[in-house]
Write a protein that binds this ligand. Structure first.
Ligand SMILES: O=C(O)C(=O)C[C@]1(C(=O)O)C=C[C@@H](O)C=C1
Length: 430
């Protein structure tokens, strides 16, 4: 992938800004943990379930009715105690959780060769007090869809461009920004795995979501015709969202991935590239002085990207409007564990809106020995699940208490209002 470094005058945040700044110790956020309680008076990890399907179903029915009859919430957000608390990166965390990456260990591969930029007074400004402008970090440069998503989520915000997703996370952790807005999935390209992994490595909380219709344009320098083009550059998601249309347009030219769509447009303009086009927004065309060669080139007119908003503190979940909750878990040993976990939601009529599995980096393989046939090597996964309920609802708390019985690791990433804005696929995401 190309790295389109911003010019030195650019305001795009990168690791050089972040690594050199002093760390603040105030207001560190304890991780959102579920307090382990044996909700049903059963031993941890065992429901005494028999091996037959009938046993399992009747046990499920008992558990389900128990869960409904619980009067007290059996889980607590942020109020839980854990035996295994350690301080990593200044955060209190459970050492069995996946680690936060210490700032000093980010690794040379992620740093940019730009000279460190001196801190300014505005870099050091604390988070705004009530009434002042919210600072929202996003990955990309002005004109990126993520910038538009930041504007949709927080209409009068100050959008802060960051050159990598990781930088956007750190901008919030280090109080340079108040929120980060990051894409997590697209209707055509699927999940943005990098951000799922980062959600786990950092301690930010999901506090909202926005869905943004993404309307792509093919951009080139003024006067350039399609026939002159030898390559098209853009963010990998944008390239994949326009794959068929590019072919239909006769553009069987090289396609190259860069860090973000608007960065691709900026790169063409800065380097006066006459043989290259970018896939980006109409706003990027305007900002970087490019012409629109083709408009609406996404393969599906309903192309939409879902973004999540992240903050240092979780929001208090409510029940007066539709909420969604995002969790991540690793399952414990046993049979049908995933089925059991998912049925904890089904029994309470809680709809799952998304399930995503990612390799378990810390424990990639589970060995299962069988004297007769040898050793099987199973991949271990982390499962990310979104469900339609608020953590303020007892049914959600009980579902998670039950899930905890089957899992070796569980974290609530956030409980937040669902994006209920009317769906208009034809409106521009730029
Ligand atoms: O490159 C951009 O403009 C972005 O905001 C990133 C991104 C993504 O990561 O998926 C966001 C929305 C579109 O789906 C294409 C690219």
């Amino acid at each position: 992938m190309h790295t389109l470094s911003p010019p030195p005058s650019s305001n795009v945040l990168n690791f050089n800004h972040i690594i050199t700044r002093p760390r603040r110790s105030l207001n560190r956020v304890a991780p959102t943990r579920i307090l382990i309680k044996c909700a049903y008076g059963l031993e941890h990890g065992s429901y005494g379930v028999g091996s037959s399907r009938a046993d399992w179903q009747s046990s499920c029915a008992i558990l389900s009715s128990n869960a409904f009859s619980q009067e007290k919430p059996s889980t607590e957000i942020n109020g839980g105690k854990s035996d295994n608390i350690a301080a990593i990166n200044g955060h209190k965390t459970n050492v069995t959780d996946l680690q936060l990456v210490p700032i000093g260990n980010l690794g040379g591969e992620l740093s940019k060769p730009l000279p460190p930029k001196p801190l300014t007074i505005s870099d050091l400004a604390p988070a705004p007090m009530h009434g002042s402008q919210l600072r929202v970090a996003y990955q990309g440069v002005p004109g990126a869809y993520s910038e538009a998503a930041a504007g949709k989520a927080y209409p009068n915000c100050e959008a802060i461009p960051c050159d990598q997703f990781e930088v956007a996370f750190q901008a919030v952790e280090l109080w340079i920004a108040d929120r980060a807005v990051l894409p997590v999935e697209n209707s055509l390209g699927g999940s943005i795995h990098r951000n799922y992994d980062l959600l786990l490595r950092h301690r930010l909380h999901i506090v909202g979501e926005v869905q943004l219709p993404v309307h792509h344009c093919l951009l080139a320098l003024p006067g350039i015709r399609k026939e002159y083009l030898t390559r098209v550059i853009s963010h990998p998601q944008a390239l994949s969202q326009c794959e068929h249309t590019l072919t239909k347009l006769g553009l069987n030219v090289a396609r190259e991935a860069v860090d973000d769509t608007a960065g691709a447009a900026e790169f063409i303009a800065t380097n006066s590239l006459r043989d290259t086009a970018a896939i980006a927004s109409a706003r990027a065309a305007e900002l970087y002085g490019l012409q629109i060669l083709a408009d609406g080139i996404q393969d599906d007119p309903s192309n939409v990207t879902r973004f999540v908003m992240l903050a240092r503190e979780p929001i208090i979940p409510r029940t007066d409007r539709p909420f969604k909750t995002s969790i991540v878990f690793a399952h414990d040993k046993g049979t049908s564990v995933l089925f059991k976990v998912l049925s904890a939601f089904a029994f309470r009529n809680i709809s799952l809106t998304k399930i995503e599995s990612r390799p378990h980096r810390n424990r990639p393989i589970r060995l299962v020995d069988d004297a007769n046939v040898g050793t099987a090597k199973h991949f271990e996964y982390l499962f990310y699940v979104d469900f339609e309920a608020s953590m303020a609802e007892i049914r959600a708390q009980n579902a998670l208490a039950e899930v905890q019985e089957f899992t070796s690791f569980l974290r609530v990433l956030g409980s937040y209002p669902m994006d209920m804005t009317p769906w208009s696929p034809s409106s521009r995401g730029d």
